[in-house]
Design a protein around this ligand. Structure first.
Ligand code: M6R
Length: 593
């Protein structure tokens, strides 16, 4: 969470940093700020909320060195005072942070005893004061930053702009991501390389505790613990410069939903030989775990379902934030499959760090090339969905699921059949995305938008789809949607059904359909407004007040179903006037615990 950008070079630094921050806004949009170095002075501009100010309106001089930050508030409210970057008392350096200083209150008390004062409620200001304290003792500014950083606990990455020396930036990485872009006579720093790949594909990714010092167009890397210089590796990114504009759409979300007809094909664009190393390790591993958070967690569950039901492989699906209780039984012959869009989710990374230390094999199904999880994995599989900008994940979910499906089918010699099934879903979606379908969903939206509690019933292949559907709608419509297995209904949830309560039933043409029809009858008998989502053969069933038919698919009907919830979520949030792409309180990359 939070995005950091830095630039030193021949271009207008505030232009580059502003562009970078716009790209990183998915990491947090509570406030943002830019600081430029201008003839040994620092000029700052900050604003609350999303980036609305255009470059031409930015009251900053054209200079060759700047840093910037886009904030997702952790400590201290969303105010101008708390917006980063934070300047030193003597105004000779300024700093921004991505992460949490876990021991900030102890450090603050210690500094207050020494008569340091604080203007903000942030944990970040503590780092500024610690550096101030160090500058009184150390020979170099680099040493002061390094020693102050070593006092911090937690996962935090900082960037510091020094006014005393031209084009001087120092950054230290721990936990939260940071990448350096090497251009011709220019250097870029950012929480995500996407912020500068338009200018360069030559990237240095850092290890935790690396300190990076930029002076003009030169840089050096140091070990922040010892202060010793380190070697580094330049990676050439493969991915094309992707389009990150909304194109003809009002929102990234709709664009990304519609892209699924293509992205699911890209996700399975692997040869059988590419999958072999993963198949071999799945066969050999003592135990297989799959893990991911939020939507990636539901994709993990769906992939585990495919592996279990198609290839008889026992995969333990565990959420990363609840993984610690498995640590005592984790063995070095175990395989962990991490599922993540960003490849930067703190909880997931923490599990992988533990597993790596133990010697487990790590595989991953991820979207962002060069991300921490990508680099930590022995067997990384990119799903190539392209940048997903909307905070609510859509195309990456279906891509991860179809990759899991391909893997499961390949394990039982049905690689070609799996590719054909995904192709058929893709052409089905191509025909499905029409105004007629959208209008049908909008009609339902009009009739339910004023209700506040909704339920979604699924079963077996649609259990995780019920959870994902509910999460999608909660995230951007702020309505209480609860998804659960239809089997749970009579064990408690049915008590919540009142006259008019909308209940969605996900119904595929499978062995669960009868149970789902009965469950729907049961809630209808108690006054629920019932909506069927699924195979059109059920559209005439009397138990449904409304029906949303989906793309027909033999084995991937669960994914056809999820698409309807994505669209429903979009149209509902839109009709409520909510911020679709940047919902309140959320950030796309959850890089703090
Ligand atoms: O980048 P990741 O896939 O690891 O992110 C995991 C979750 O934070 C993410 O899926 C989140 O739940 C989304 N907002 C869901 O739409």
């Amino acid at each position: 969470m939070c995005g950091i950008v830095g630039y030193s070079g021949k271009q207008n630094s505030s232009k580059i940093v502003l562009e970078g921050l716009k790209t990183l806004e998915y990491r947090g949009y509570d406030s943002w700020g830019i600081a430029v170095q201008d003839k040994n002075q620092i000029k700052i501009f900050k604003e609350i909320g999303e980036i609305k100010t255009k470059l031409s309106m930015l009251p900053l001089p054209k200079t060759s060195c700047a840093i910037g930050h886009t904030r997702w508030a952790t400590h201290g409210g969303v105010t101008m005072t708390n917006a980063h970057p934070h300047i030193s008392t003597t105004k000779d350096f300024i700093l921004a942070q991505n992460g949490i200083v876990e021991n900030y209150s102890t450090l603050k008390k210690m500094l207050e005893k020494k008569k340091y004062t604080f203007k903000t409620q942030t944990d970040t200001e503590v780092i500024v004061r610690l550096i101030e304290q160090q500058t009184k003792k150390d020979e170099t500014f680099r040493d002061s930053v390094r020693k102050a950083f070593n006092m911090l606990e937690g996962r935090n990455t900082i960037i510091v702009l020094d006014s005393k020396e031209d084009n001087h930036i120092i950054a230290v990485k721990n936990g939260s991501p940071l990448a350096l872009g090497i251009g011709k006579d220019e250097l870029f720093l950012a929480s995500d390389a996407l912020a500068f790949t338009k200018y360069t594909k030559d990237v240095v990714f850092f290890d935790n505790l690396d300190l990076i010092e930029i002076k003009g167009n030169k840089f050096k890397i140091y070990d922040s613990k010892t202060g010793k210089e380190k070697k580094y590796k330049i990676t050439k990114l493969n991915s094309k410069v992707e389009d990150i504009s909304k194109g003809k759409y009002d929102h990234f979300m709709l664009k990304e939903i519609l892209e699924q007809q293509d992205t699911i094909l890209k996700a399975v664009n692997y040869k059988l030989d590419d999958l072999k190393p993963l198949i071999d390790i799945i066969k050999k591993a003592k135990r297989i775990y799959i893990t991911g958070a939020g939507t990636a967690g539901f994709a993990s569950g769906q992939i585990a379902y495919y592996l279990r039901t198609i290839s008889n492989i026992d995969v333990l699906d565990v959420r990363p934030y609840d993984f610690a209780s498995y640590f005592p039984i984790l063995k070095k012959d175990d395989l962990i499959i991490a599922v993540s869009q960003s490849g930067e989710t703190a909880d997931t990374i923490e599990v992988l760090e533990y597993a790596k230390e133990l010697g487990c094999t790590i595989a991953s199904i991820i979207n962002v090339e060069g991300s921490t999880i990508h680099r930590m994995s022995d067997l990384p599989y990119l799903i190539h969905a392209g940048p997903e900008i909307c905070v609510a994940s859509t195309k990456v979910f279906t891509s991860q699921c179809v990759f899991g499906y391909l893997l499961a089918k390949s394990m039982v010699g049905e690689y070609t059949g799996a590719r054909e099934e995904v192709e058929s879903l893709s052409s089905g979606l191509r025909e499905y995305f029409t105004e007629k379908v959208f209008n049908h969903i909008k009609k339902l939206v009009r009739s339910i938008k004023n209700r506040n509690h909704f339920f979604i019933l699924g079963k077996e292949q649609n259990s995780y789809i019920a959870l994902e559907g509910a999460l999608k709608i909660k995230e951007i419509s702020y309505k209480h949607f609860e998804g659960f297995s239809a089997g749970e209904l009579k064990h408690g949830v049915i008590a919540l059904i009142e006259k008019g309560t909308p209940v969605f039933t996900i119904i595929s043409d499978d062995m669960c359909s009868k149970d789902l029809l009965s469950a729907t009858e049961e809630v209808r008998a108690r006054g629920a407004y019932t909506v069927g989502v699924g195979d059109s053969k059920f559209r005439k069933e009397e138990c449904f007040n409304f029906f949303l038919p989906v793309v027909k698919s033999k084995e991937l009907s669960a994914l056809s179903n999820v698409v309807v919830f994505q669209l429903l979520s979009y149209f509902l949030a839109f009709s409520l006037g909510n911020s679709v792409d940047k919902p309140r309180n959320l950030a796309k990359s959850v890089t703090v615990k």
